[in-house]
Design a binder for this molecule. Sequence first.
Ligand code: HEC
Length: 472
Amino acid sequence: MKSIIQKAGSILFLLFLIFSFNAKTNAQPDAAALYQQYCAQCHGSDLNGGNATSLVDGVWQFGAEDGYVIRNIKHGIPHLGMPSYERSLTDEEIRAVVGYIREAEKEEGAVKPPAPEMVETMDYFMEVETFADNLEIPWAIDFIDENTALITERPGRLRIVENGVLQAEAVKNTPQVLHEGQGGLLDVAVDPEYERNGWIYLAYSHELKEYEGNRPPAMTRLVRGKIENNTWTNEELLFEAPPETYRTTRHHYGCRIVFDPWGYLYFAIGDRGAGYQAQDFSLPNGKVHRIHKDGRIPENNPFLYDDEAMKSIYSLGNRNIQGMAIHPETGELWTTEHGPMGGDELNMIESGKNYGWETITYGRNYNGTIITELTHMPGMEQPNFYWKPSIAVCGLDFYRGNLFEKWKNRLLVGALKYEEVRLLQIEEERVVHEQVIFKGAGRVRDVSTGPDGAIYVVLNNPGKVVRLTPEE
Ligand code: HEC
C-alpha cells in the first residue's frame, strides 16, 4: 500500500517537474532570437528593412493592427516572397515576435551611428568618405571614366556623379520600371568600349502592359542606350522574356550585367519565387544568360540545339544572383547567389552547367522548413563556397585597382544582412581566406573597384555610396 502511494507520489513529482520545466521554456519565447533567426534576413537585423520593407517605419501596407500583422506572419504574403510561419512558429512565438516589433517601433527614431571615418583591416588602414548621399535605395554603380559615375536608384532613377558631385537631376527618359517588392531599376553597366561606342546597359523589372487584371505579371528586362544632354536616347532592347513566362510575384529578379574579354554579355534572372522553374531550360528564370552586346545569341551557347531551350541560357539552377564579376586575368565568370536560409553561394559559372537550385542546396526555407535534404547530385555543381548562416550576399567585384596592391584580384563580396564587405582570396577555384574589411555602415547592395583604384560601396539605409582608400 505504502509503496503504491510512494509510486503515485513520485509520478506526480515527475509530472510536476516536467510541467514546471515546460512552463519555464514556454513562458517567454526569446523574441529577439526568433526575430534574428527567422526575419532579420529580409527585414534587417535592426528591423529597418533590407530585401523586404522596414517593420519600424510606421508603414503597414497589409494592416497595422496586431490581428493583421499576426495573420501576415502566420500565412505569409506569397506573391511578394514573405514566407508563412504557420508550421515553424507557435502562435505564442508569433505574438512574442510582434511584441518585439512593437517595442522596436517605439524606439525608432534613435539615431544610427554615422559611418566610421577610418577602418582598420589586416592589411591597411582605410579612409572612408561619402561619395554620394541622400539616395533612395541605390542598387548599383558603374563608371564611365575617372570623373563620371552612374548610380541606379531602385524606384527608377539613373543618377550621375560628376567630379565628385551628385547631379541633382536624374537622367531623363530612362525606361519605366515596376518598383514593387524587390523590383525596380536594378543594374547599370558601362560598355568596356564606351569611349568608342557610348553604350550604357540597364536591367530592370518590367511589367506586361497589355495585361487585364490587378496584378500584371513581371520579368527582368535588359536594354542599352546612350546619355545625351542628361537624357536617355537611342534605346535598344537586348533581352525580353516571352510574355507567357512573366510572373505575378515581385521578388527574385536578379540582375547584374557583366562583360567578358571576348565581348559577351552575361546577366542573371532570379527564380522569381518559383524554385522548380530554375531547372526548366525552356524558362528564363533561375538562370544565367549570355548574349552579344547587341542582343544577338552567340553561336556557341550551350543549349542552342535543344528545341525546347531558351537559346540565351548559359547555366541553370541559379536561385537569385545579385553579384557577378569577371576575373580580370582569366575572364572567368564568378557569381554570388542569394540563397535560402543558410544557402548563400559563390559559384564559378561554366557553360551549360547546372548549379542545382532547387534540387540541391545547403539552405532551408526562411521559415525553417526543409526544401530538400540533398546537397549533392550527379550532374549538378557544388558551390565554390557557401555561407551558413547566410550573410545575404549582394554585389561582387574583383579588386582590379592599384591602390590596394595586396588585394589585387581578390574578390570583394557585399552582404546586405551582415552589412559587410568581405574580401576573399581564391586559389585554384577555392576560397583560401576570408576577411571582413568594412562593416556596420548600412546594408551593402553593391561593391565596385573604381577607375581610380578606390573601392566604392553602395549602401542602403542610409542610401549612399562610400569610397574606401588606403590611408596615405
Ligand atoms: C524571405 C524574406 C522574408 C522573411 C524571411 C520574412 N519576411 Fe516579412 N515580408 C517579406 C516581404 C517581401 C514582405 C512584403 C513587403 C515587402 O515588399 O517588403 C513582407 C511583409 C511582412 C509584413 C507586412 C508588412 C506591412 O507593411 O504590412 C510583416 C508584418 C512581416 N513581413 C513580418 C515578418 C516577420 C515577423 C518575419 C519573421 C518571422 C518575416 N516577416 C520574415 C519578406 C520576408
